[in-house]
Design a protein around this ligand. Structure first.
Ligand SMILES: Cc1ncc(COP(=O)(O)O)c(C=O)c1O
Length: 423
């Protein structure tokens, strides 16, 4: 019997030291993923920058990791922006996104001198222009377009009338460009699209690239000096044994080919800087969640449930998207599986975290390690059932320290008030 080692750390020791449920994040793995993206794009000679999509996982320590890795940051709310600013993230390297930005958020973003605001609708253009004018600034903006390419994990669709709350439909793109051109306080420096998440094939990117390059040149033809093309994120990761990891080299080659083919027609035009905006690829596989197994309920001829001390409150993705996860018993690593069980959370819901997984003799007190939980787990966690959110421990080399404290029940109830008539 041996213990599961994650990023050079014994996970059972981490569970004992920091308690469970526990999110564990490996800084070494984050840095490795960032390096892989940089190397792949550099190998194809693509002038690029990387914006980490903070929605996947963000706190002040994560901002520091991103800053020190030399990449940029994409935020989508006042909370994410203030997290970045609190960590002294350089504002010029921040892009502010969002499909329904408030005036207050736009004001904060411009006042903080963020590098770019990505405008998501025609309605937003005069608002950003007005606020920039009131603050006496000219703001760099991108227009987020909806290229009509929607990519799912194993398929993609193209349609001229994609139904999405995100981005400006292509049919309104030129209008958006004119509005930006006429706006005294905006400088339109690029266009953006994000075609989906957990993508593993290259074709949707090739199609999106063709459409976006075409728009890019149309904008330039209008005398707008665009220099950046942001292709969003969406790179797939390995959630389950047998999943295919996103092929970064094939991705970089796809971009290279699209650029070369397109710019044959425009030999004198400068090729845009390509921006990629991955969240999941950078953080997913760098994270695991440790739980302690509690109640084991065997329903004869139906199934066996093993319950853990976490729930959909710390990982809502199975409930939200039928997302699937792999897990191992950390203190029985390498042992042969003996039973097929369903892993249930402790919330009062049909809170199934993993369906039908074979594990080696699961027992109360065992530590269950769920793999690939770095993205959209901590960042989507809630206090359902008034459950405090788990702590997050960061690993770097042989060091392990908290990057987020475990929430307490007192913190969960701290904003509760008693209206006067209930006193
Ligand atoms: C605009 C935008 N960019 C980037 C991302 C990151 O996607 P992923 O984490 O799949 O790479 C998202 C995810 O929703 C997004 O909406």
């Amino acid at each position: 019997m041996s213990n599961f080692i994650f990023s050079d750390h014994d996970t059972t020791t981490l569970a004992k030291t920091f308690g469970t449920p526990l999110y564990v994040i490996s800084q070494d793995k984050i840095e490795q993923s960032i390096n892989e993206i940089t190397s792949a794009l550099t190998a194809e000679n693509i002038d690029h920058s990387i914006n980490y999509a903070g929605k996947a996982f963000l706190n002040t320590a994560m901002c520091r990791i991103v800053k020190n890795a030399g990449i940029n940051l994409d935020v989508v709310s006042e909370g994410e922006l203030i997290t970045a600013l609190t960590s002294a993230f350089p504002p010029s390297r921040i892009t502010f996104h969002g499909s329904n930005k408030t005036d207050r958020e736009i004001t904060l973003a411009i006042n903080s001198s963020v590098g770019t605001i990505t405008i998501d609708s025609l309605e937003e253009i005069p608002r950003v222009d007005r606020i920039a004018g009131e603050l006496g600034k000219v703001q760099n903006v991108h227009l987020r377009l909806s290229p009509g390419v929607e990519a799912h994990t194993h398929e993609y669709i193209t349609t001229g009338t994609l139904d999405s709350k995100f981005g400006i439909p292509l049919s309104q793109a030129i209008r958006g460009a004119i509005m930006c051109k006429e706006a005294a306080n905006l400088s339109l420096t690029g266009i953006h699209c994000h075609i989906g998440s957990s993508i593993t094939t290259m074709e949707p990117f090739a199609v999106a690239m063709e459409i976006m390059l075409d728009m890019f040149m149309q904008f330039r033809g209008m005398g707008i000096d665009l220099s950046e093309l942001n292709l969003g994120g969406g790179f797939g990761v390995i959630y389950l044994p047998g999943d295919t990891r996103f092929d970064l080299r094939a991705y970089a080659k796809t971009l290279r080919q699209s650029i070369d083919k397109f710019f044959e027609k425009y030999p004198d035009e400068k090729v845009p800087k390509i921006i990629v905006e991955p969240g999941r690829f950078i953080i997913s596989e760098a994270g695991i969640t440790l739980y302690t197994i509690g109640t084991i309920k065997e329903i004869p001829e139906v199934k066996t449930y093993i319950s853990v001390d976490g729930s959909l409150a710390d990982n809502p993705r199975p409930a939200l998207y039928q997302a699937e996860y792999h897990a191992i018993i950390a203190n029985k690593f390498g042992e042969e599986p003996t039973r097929t069980v369903t892993v249930a959370g402790r919330a009062c819901e049909s809170d199934t975290l993993i369906r039908n997984i074979s594990l080696p003799d699961p027992q109360r007190g065992d530590i269950l390690a769920v793999m690939c939980t770095g993205a959209y787990n901590y960042s989507m966690a809630s206090n359902y059932n008034r459950l405090p959110r788990p702590a997050v421990v960061l690993l770097k080399g042989d060091k392990a320290e908290l990057m987020v404290r475990r929430e307490t029940v007192e913190q969960v109830i701290q904003n509760d008030l008693t209206p006067s008539w209930l006193e």
